[in-house]
Design a binder for this molecule. Structure first.
Ligand code: PLP
Length: 361
């Protein structure tokens, strides 16, 4: 007998989503973003499943990349935030990690380094998101100095990142691409711009390398429904079960703080999942869940280990019945707005306490 709370991972869905991303950008190469423990799905499982299908992976930092190498992953791994201390350069050369170069510190450290072999670098240009990257006016100078740097492989990829590509009505993506193209005009080397929204909705952004993350895990990153995202399949299904049942008369409340009150005689199911298991406390009354495959609504505040659900309209609910919090049959994109967040955060916050179970190899 084990606590039934678990995150089931469908790795065939992951491979399907990667194939979809590749088919949308058929001329581009794909670097699969598996940072933050594969957006909470388990980076090693995700990388193992994708490695035969993609030429490269990306993580945020060298610690995440080393975890993958320790697990036997051999694909090149791009470090999206570059390096934080110069001693990471030698380690990166040794392990075939590709470095994002985004500032003076990165450039000067590479110029002062003598790694065993030249490193592949991606030069990040800040085309308008103003988070990381060199200013467009600096791109040419950075490119020249990197090209002349003995520590750097001659094949330098030029890259940028979008702020608003999830919104097809925004003009920002076209503006950012134009800024990127102006900054890189005439410079040699591959180009990369598209994150998941870029892959789905902005074909002009596909260029030589696409960098999808979130879409690989099977949810749409778009603000509005988009046909190219319709056939994504969820990789994570968060499941638990009913461990308590009671009926309450009109006027009774449920959970901490009495935030839900029965407006009719109601049947409440207690489900053993809470914010300690990655189900967010920000989920409000009325957040949808599936009980026995049928829709029910969250009733009352999320506790650390439990929630209560109004199952009055579902006949015959019994102890042990399966509950789905998101995933198959209940899109993450539908749940996230009830929790004042986005799907990215919901899966990425999955704690170690919740067992991850690979259900399809
Ligand atoms: C530089 C960079 N490229 C690609 C991605 C992947 O983005 P997404 O998960 O929206 O596909 C990220 C994610 O934050 C990123 O920082």
């Amino acid at each position: 007998m084990a606590r039934p709370t678990r995150a089931e991972l469908d790795l065939s869905a992951l491979r399907h989503n990667a194939a979809l991303a590749q088919s949308l950008a058929s001329k581009s190469k794909l670097v699969a973003v598996v940072k933050a423990n594969g957006y909470g799905h388990g980076a090693v499982d995700v990388a193992r499943a994708l490695e035969p299908q993609v030429p490269a992976l990306a993580v945020a930092c060298i610690e995440e990349a080393l975890t993958l190498r320790d697990a036997g992953i051999t694909a090149p791994i791009l470090l999206l935030e570059g390096f934080f201390t110069p001693d990471e350069i030698d380690l990166a050369a040794e392990h075939e990690f590709w470095l994002m170069v985004e500032n003076d510190f990165h450039l000067h450290s590479l110029e002062a380094s003598t790694p065993a072999k030249p490193l592949r670098v991606w030069l990040k240009v800040d085309s308008g998101m103003h988070r990381l990257g060199v200013a467009p006016a600096q791109a040419r100078d950075f490119h020249q100095r990197l090209s002349a740097c003995a520590a750097v492989d001659a094949n330098i990829t030029l890259c940028t990142h979008f702020a608003c590509a999830d919104d097809v009505n925004s003009t920002r993506t076209t503006e950012q691409l134009a800024e990127f193209d102006r900054a890189c005009n005439g410079l040699p080397g591959p180009r990369s711009a598209a994150n998941s929204p870029g892959v789905i909705a902005w074909p002009d952004s596909h260029r030589d390398w696409i960098r999808p993350g979130f879409m690989l895990y099977g949810s749409s990153p778009m603000v509005h429904p988009h046909p190219n995202a319709d056939s994504l399949r969820p990789v994570m299904t968060l499941k638990s079960a009913v461990i308590g049942l009671r009926t309450v008369p009109v006027g009774e409340t449920a959970g901490y703080g009495d935030t839900w009150r029965a407006e009719r005689p109601s049947t409440l199911a207690t489900v053993c999942i809470g914010y300690g298991d990655g189900y967010p406390r920000t989920a409000t009354n009325g957040t949808p869940v599936l009980v026995k495959g049928q829709r029910a609504l969250l009733a009352g505040r999320v506790s650390m280990d439990m929630i209560t659900v109004d199952v009055t309209d579902i006949p015959g609910v019994a102890l042990g019945d399966e509950v789905i919090l998101w995933g198959q049959g209940l899109p993450l994109a539908e749940v996230a707005p009830h929790c004042s967040t986005i799907g990215y955060e919901l899966t990425t916050r999955m704690p170690a306490r919740t067992p991850r179970m690979v259900i399809v190899g």
